[in-house]
Design a protein around this ligand. Structure first.
Ligand code: BES
Ligand code: MN
Ligand code: ZN
Length: 503
């Protein structure tokens, strides 16, 4: 897809479809009034008909009259104060979904109505819209099927219509937006793939291909070396499957090299290619979703690739422990004791609390490789989705300054997080009769306890992002297909780019 920014007026752009963001109640003054006049009053007629509503992400298709675009699509964003970066991305994505199955090769989006209400102005909006178009074009059905008539259109050309734009700056922002969208879609493609297709070995091969493509250093640790290193928690989960585990380590820059912000940032992603629960087996209902329990790993692998495209050489580490959590004669049993890489003894009371086991060893390993700051991203608990639903990611952090930086990167990326507390008192319920701790605390507060467990493996500033609610949608949204969402990819890239050297 080519991306072009134009300072032409929206009615002068020669495309199949012109997307008109409608912010708040449409008032047909200024350029919107001119568009409506040239469209022979079609837009105002739709309002009179009750079709063009202000409810966020509702849409309408209109004939274009004398407007040069062949057709008009309106996407309502809701009232101006609610229009944030996330809404801008989703407005563009919603346009692509509205056009699913339609014949569209060239699409223009009118930037102005959004730029008028978002801090950051035209350039920020251009970048967010370009990202939204790319993310909105994603359809998981195309992963296995050759032809998907209901998929969003594959565009040849995207035109961002910004009559008052700084062309060069806007074009740069749009190109960056496309790369961010492609990165999120890479994470989604990997995450959506089935467990009979993407085993830990295959995920490692995919990471290898991505690393080679972008000139990144990669190391893949198999079971023998993991055992020798002492990754007892990682191996405890991985040993139950015929598909052997892989600790995937990808790096850009030199070993231990500090970035421009004085950090060696490590992104750690949970890579459970299938989570049956192991011996503490899950109920059958919705177990098929557990192929997406590798989303954290897919996200950090995609994020380091995106950073390599946007700011090559930026020091960054990605560690993705990949396993399959399966029941079998070799599986870990409830009550088994294992020694973590950091020397702690863990009493595995529930084999379904496996994410924290593989993440803990990955965090220790990242620190051994020189990480000074850690962020992990994981589909860790059902409790986070009960608490925050599918639109807000839960965050835990040990260091207020570092947590603030991660959440600020999230805000820049247009992604929503909510910080949850690490309640020290609850640790008493993580005590073990035999080891330093159990992996799954009894009683209430399971979400907090998952954070407390992981904290035992961080000696450096660390943030944990629990994406179990946000990693995938069970039903399609106006702006997204069902399945993996790509959540947190943009946040992690923003965070890493804060350490990029100025070009
Ligand atoms: N992968 C699951 C968490 C999950 C649940 C992700 C639903 C996405 C949707 C995780 O490994 C798990 O099983 N967590 C348990 C923890 C419990 C045993 C302490 C849970 O949330 O029930
Ligand atoms: Mn589990
Ligand atoms: Zn899991």
């Amino acid at each position: 897809m080519r991306v072009r920014v134009t300072t032409d007026q929206p009615w002068d752009v020669d495309v199949d479809v012109l997307v008109i963001p409608i912010v708040g109640d449409p008032l047909f003054d200024g350029s919107l009034g001119e568009l409506d006049r040239r469209a022979n009053g079609e837009l105002a007629a739709l309002v009179a008909f009750g079709e063009l509503r202000t409810k966020r992400f509702t849409s309408a298709i209109a004939a274009s009259g004398e407007v040069r675009a062949r057709r008009l699509v309106t996407i309502s964003t809701g009232d101006a104060p609610g229009v944030d970066r996330e809404v801008v991305v989703r407005t563009a994505a919603a346009a692509l979904h509205r056009l699913a199955g339609r014949h569209v090769r060239s699409l223009a989006i009118w930037v102005e109505p959004l730029a008028a209400v978002l801090d950051g102005g035209t350039e920020a909006v251009a970048g967010l819209l370009a990202r939204g178009v790319v993310e909105g074009s994603f359809d998981p059905k195309t992963l296995y099927l050759d032809e998907v008539p209901t998929a969003p259109p594959a565009l040849d050309e995207l035109v961002l219509v910004a009559p008052d734009a700084d062309l060069a700056a806007c074009t740069r922002a749009a190109e960056r937006g496309v790369i961010l969208g492609e990165g999120a879609n890479l994470a989604r493609s990997l995450s959506n793939r089935a467990a009979n297709d993407v085993s830990p070995e295959v995920l490692a091969e995919e990471a290898w291909a991505i690393a080679e493509k972008h000139g990144l250093w990669i190391d893949v640790i198999g079971p023998d070396r993991a055992t020798e290193l002492g990754m007892g928690m990682f191996m405890a989960v991985g040993r139950g499957s015929d598909n052997p585990p892989r600790m995937i380590v990808v790096r850009s820059g030199k070993a231990g090299e500090l970035d421009a912000a004085g950090r060696h940032l490590a992104l750690i992603g949970k890579g459970v290619c299938f989570d049956s629960g192991g011996i503490s087996i899950k109920p059958a209902d919705r177990m098929e979703e557990m192929k997406m329990d590798k989303t954290g790993a897919c996200t950090v692998i995609a994020a380091i690739a995106t950073v390599a495209r946007l700011a090559p050489g930026t020091p960054l580490l990605a560690v993705a422990p990949a396993v399959e959590n399966m029941p079998g004669p070799h599986s870990t049993r409830p009550g088994d004791l294992v020694k973590a890489l950091n020397g702690k003894w863990v009493d595995i009371t529930n084999t379904d609390a496996e994410g924290r086991l593989i993440l803990g060893d990955a965090m220790t390993y990242a620190e051994r490789l020189g990480a000074t700051h850690l962020v992990d991203v994981a589909t860790l608990t059902g409790a986070v989705s009960r608490a925050l639903g599918d639109l807000v990611t839960g965050a835990f952090g040990t260091d207020p300054a570092w947590t603030g930086e991660v959440l600020a990167a999230g805000a820049r990326a247009g992604e929503r997080y909510w910080q949850l507390p690490l309640v020290d008192e609850y640790w008493t319920e993580m005590e073990s009769w035999y080891g330093d701790m159990i992996n799954s605390g009894s009683g209430e507060g399971g979400l907090v306890k998952s954070g407390l467990f992981l904290r035992e493996f961080a000696t450096k500033p660390w943030v944990h992002l629990d994406i179990a609610g946000t990693a995938y949608f069970r039903k399609a949204k106006p702006w997204a297909a069902r399945g993996a969402t790509g959540v947190s990819h943009a946040t992690l890239v923003e965070l890493a780019l804060a350490g990029a050297r100025p070009a």
